[in-house]
Design a protein around this ligand. Structure first.
Ligand SMILES: Nc1nc2c(c(=O)[nH]1)N[C@H]1C(S)=C(S)[C@@H](COP(=O)(O)OP(=O)(O)OC[C@H]3O[C@@H](n4cnc5c(=O)[nH]c(N)nc54)[C@H](O)[C@@H]3O)O[C@H]1N2
Ligand SMILES: Nc1nc2c(c(=O)[nH]1)N[C@H]1C(S)=C(S)[C@@H](COP(=O)(O)OP(=O)(O)OC[C@H]3O[C@@H](n4cnc5c(=O)[nH]c(N)nc54)[C@H](O)[C@@H]3O)O[C@H]1N2
Ligand code: SF4
Ligand SMILES: [Mo]
Length: 748
């Protein structure tokens, strides 16, 4: 990783006619500030912005390939509409007209649930995705809402909802100040971090060790992150919740708990002690395939550290006990007094959060307020499991999904059983995709609405500022003017909303005006708001900004905790540092008791399932995923600069397993599991523990009707075809993507 930008193959040295512009990178959660060199309207180079208050010049190969991604010739530049079964180019007017004429009658005849919505990962990386989907969902009033969250962090939302009363109150490890980091199921040296926004995560881990701190990594693979660690534990996949429960048990047994200032804010400590009593290190050791004494040591190190943070990510979430593991991560931070204290895990306060209000009991967090129609899966945070999307389209009856709006998502590759979903999508009455690519999912759409390349969009991180290791705020306007014929993604979202909401043809600014009026009316009535009692019309008139989205951002900043405005952000193009994370308990708590409810009932009810896993000693192979620094889920395989090398869709196999099965490096194997069968080349490596194989996700670009010429030339296979969607973490509806059984057969 680099402090200054490497010259990627797409870049060229600056010349006299060049100019530069700043752009926050939208490609991962690290949110690095980039300096783009622009020739005419083309981005010829991307470097790390050394003056960025947060990223201080850091960049990775993905950010460095910004220009190549931006100029990808396969990117769609006009809307597409389906006519006689084929997609053809169309005007924006025609595209939105078609949406309006097809969606409204379906809703009128079959009710709001006839329209499903799928929200994909890039929505948290665009302004449009932050501002408009909530309004779209409240306009549609459908219960058929699905997102990448149930392939990802929903377990954390559920555990936060239950513990703190707010699903979005997610504590973030204080990387810059912690003395000890216990990291489970995360590989930030490839992913650049997740639910922990930290440009230069690798540098921060190295700094932790330089200042005498320690790093323990729990991962069945010896990842690049694990190589940095003082201690690497190659756990058996899917058993983190058992390990974490044993750590809790040791803290209680050896009287190592010390809640410090938290004590007065925590309920049900004794209850947690009681329910974890039988998860001794000796009881979990065999299932985790760990040494009981090592488990005790990890617990003692955690308790002894001057400050410590336990942090779990994908490998602890997308597993059978994902919610329990997410809960136990926080329980450990609480029991050691590290939650909400510097050096531990704290709640960020972002510039667009509501201004803090005095601590008070809240409404709490309800789970399972309704269930999915076919599978009876409980909702979580208003969403249904994306693994259940296909059955909701296929199964006849009242409430069947007949039309689908897919916004920045590629579930045919990202979610379990893409073949089934592929067939289901082709049975829809109507489908809309907002997507720059014609890919495995959008190829089924009747209308494709392409957003402009990232250089032509403004950027603000609504999601990630609230997950950042330091409070800070940055805004970058579009670096290049919108190309004629393209439409800003905010306007696409606004027009889509008007089209499906029966207001087709209204000005898109009407959507923003409606939101601004509604929010200001609420704010002036709220005694804790900085604008309490003021005139909403006057406040609206004071807002600045050259678009509805900018005016909304300005409003959120003004209503936020730091007395900021859009104008102040524009005056500080490299961002404004708002200081290190600060303790926020009890103010952040929204539980009914106003305290941290340490043993919520749904968690207690799921513990017997964990207890039964104590006897689990799977004999066969299990599969886990992996990420590569130069990849990003399912959609960066079309950028030539990022392909090749070690970024390939191979199956990692331990030498012992390879020998037992007669596999040689480069051999082709068939991998079979519940959901199907795929073939992949074998890569033998002792970086993976015996009994575990690893295949990355986001590959399988071999379906007809897409326009991904580079990706299609090296398609790889879709790991999610191995899943049939039935393996879920029951509390969160999150798909089990890691630690499921597979069988290998040598093909050649
Ligand atoms: N087996 C396995 N499966 C996994 C995972 C795993 O670890 N293992 N990880 C899961 C995780 S964590 C996630 S988040 C999901 C992600 O899965 P998805 O949410 O489906 O996201 P992507 O695969 O990133 O696809 C994003 C889509 O958005 C489009 N897009 C890109 N930029 C923009 C933009 O600016 N605007 C719009 N409108 N569209 C854009 C892309 O072309 C692509 O079609 O995958 C999950 N799937
Ligand atoms: N380069 C790149 N960066 C990305 C992405 C990408 O696709 N590519 N995707 C982005 C997205 S959407 C997300 S959500 C984040 C995810 O960011 P991370 O959570 O850091 O995800 P991974 O790099 O997949 O690391 C997960 C690790 O969990 C391990 N693991 C698997 N099963 C288990 C288990 O049962 N227990 C334990 N302890 N470990 C296990 C895997 O071996 C793997 O090393 O990354 C983001 N950043
Ligand atoms: S680390 Fe993430 S945000 Fe930073 S340059 Fe790389 S892809 Fe972009
Ligand atoms: Mo994700």
């Amino acid at each position: 990783m680099f402090r200054t930008a490497p010259d990627s193959s797409a870049t060229s040295p600056p010349t006299a006619g060049d100019r530069t512009a700043l752009r926050i990178c939208p490609l991962c959660e690290a949110t690095c500030g980039l300096t783009l060199t622009i020739e005419g309207t083309r981005v010829t180079r991307a470097r790390g912005d050394r003056d960025d208050v947060f990223s201080e010049g850091f960049i990775c190969p993905k950010g460095a390939s910004f220009g190549e991604l931006d100029a990808d010739p396969d990117r769609l530049r006009t809307p597409l509409v389906r006519e006689n079964g084929r997609l053809r180019e169309a005007s924006w007017e025609e595209a939105f007209g078609l949406v309006a004429s097809r969606i409204r009658p379906l809703v009128e005849e079959h009710g709001p649930n006839a329209v499903g919505v799928v929200l994909g990962n890039p929505n948290v990386h665009t302004m449009a995705g932050g501002l408009y989907p909530p309004v779209l969902l409240s306009t549609l009033r459908t219960r058929n809402i699905f997102s990448a969250s149930t392939l990802d962090q929903m377990p954390k939302h559920v555990s936060s909802g239950l513990l703190y009363g707010s699903a979005v109150a997610i504590p973030v490890p204080d990387l810059d100040r912690t003395g000890h980091l216990l990291l489970l199921g995360a590989n930030p040296l490839e992913s650049n971090g997740s639910l922990c926004t930290a440009p230069d995560f690798p540098g921060k881990l190295k700094a932790l060790r330089r200042r005498g701190g320690t790093l323990t990594v729990v991962d069945p693979r010896r990842t690049r992150t694990a190589r940095l660690a003082d201690r690497h534990v190659a756990i058996r996949p899917g058993t983190d919740a058992l390990l974490l429960a044993a750590l809790v048990q040791v803290l209680f047994e050896e009287r190592l708990t010390d809640l410090g200032a938290l004590a007065e804010h925590v309920e049900q400590l004794g209850e947690v002690e009681a329910v974890t009593r039988d998860f001794t290190p000796e009881a979990v050791a065999a299932a985790c395939d760990m040494d009981a004494e090592e488990i005790r040591t990890i617990a003692r190190e955690l308790a002894a550290a001057p400050s410590a943070a336990v942090y779990g990510r994908i490998g602890s979430c997308t597993v059978e006990h994902g919610t329990l593991a997410s809960w136990l991560v926080d329980v450990l931070n609480i029991l050691t007094g590290n939650l909400d204290r510097p050096g531990g895990a704290l709640f960020p306060l972002s510039a667009t959060d509501k201004a803090p209000r005095p601590a008070a009991p809240g409404k709490g967090f309800a789970l399972g307020r309704w269930s999915s129609r076919v599978g009876g899966h409980p909702e979580a945070k208003g969403e249904l499991p994306i693994a259940a999307l296909a059955e909701e389209i296929e199964t006849p009856g009242d409430g069947r999904i007949r039309a689908l709006l897919v916004i920045a998502a590629n579930p045919v590759l990202s979610a379990p059983d893409g073949d089934r979903l592929d067939r289901a999508l082709s049975d829809l009455d109507f489908m809309v995709s907002i997507d720059p690519y014609l890919n495995e999912t959008s190829r089924h759409a009747d209308v494709v609405l392409p957003p402009p390349p990232p250089s032509q969009s403004a950027h603000f991180d609504f999601a990630f500022n609230a997950l950042a290791v330091r409070n800070q705020v940055r805004y970058t306007p579009a670096a290049v003017p919108l190309e004629p014929g393209l439409m800003d993604e905010c306007e696409i979202h606004a027009r889509l909303l008007l089209a499906v909401g029966g207001m087709h043809g209204a000005e898109p600014s009407a959507v923003d005006d409606m939101v601004i009026q509604g929010s200001l009316a609420k704010a002036v009535a709220d005694p804790h708001s900085p604008v309490h009692g003021q005139d909403p019309a006057q406040l609206a008139a004071e807002l600045t900004g050259s678009s509805g989205a900018e005016r909304r951002l300005d409003m959120m900043l003004r209503l936020g905790p730091y007395e900021l405005t859009l104008a102040k952000l524009l005056e500080n193009p490299h961002g404004i540092d708002l200081g290190p994370l600060q303790p926020r308990i009890p103010q952040v708590l929204r539980t009914r008791s106003g305290r941290i409810e340490l043993l919520p009932a749904p968690i207690a009810a799921d513990l017997p399932r964990l207890r039964s896993a104590l006897d689990g000693r799977p004999e066969g192979l299990v599969l886990v995923g992996r990420r590569h620094l130069r990849s990003n889920n399912s959609w960066l395989h079309n950028v030539p600069a990022l392909g090749g090398g070690s970024n390939r869709c191979t199956l990692h196999v331990h030498p012992d397993d390879a020998a037992r099965l007669g596999l040689t490096d480069g051999a082709t194997v068939a991998i079979t599991a519940d959901g199907g069968r795929v073939e992949a080349p074998v890569e033998i490596t002792d970086d993976i523990r015996p009994g575990v194989v690893s295949l990355p996700h986001g590959w399988g670009h071999d379906r007809p009707g897409t326009r991904l010429s580079v990706a299609a030339a090296r398609p790889g296979v879709n790991v999610n075809q191995l899943l049939d969607g039935s393996r879920l973490d029951p509390l969160s509806g999150t798909a089990v993507l890691n630690g499921f059984p597979v069988e290998l057969t040598l093909i050649r």
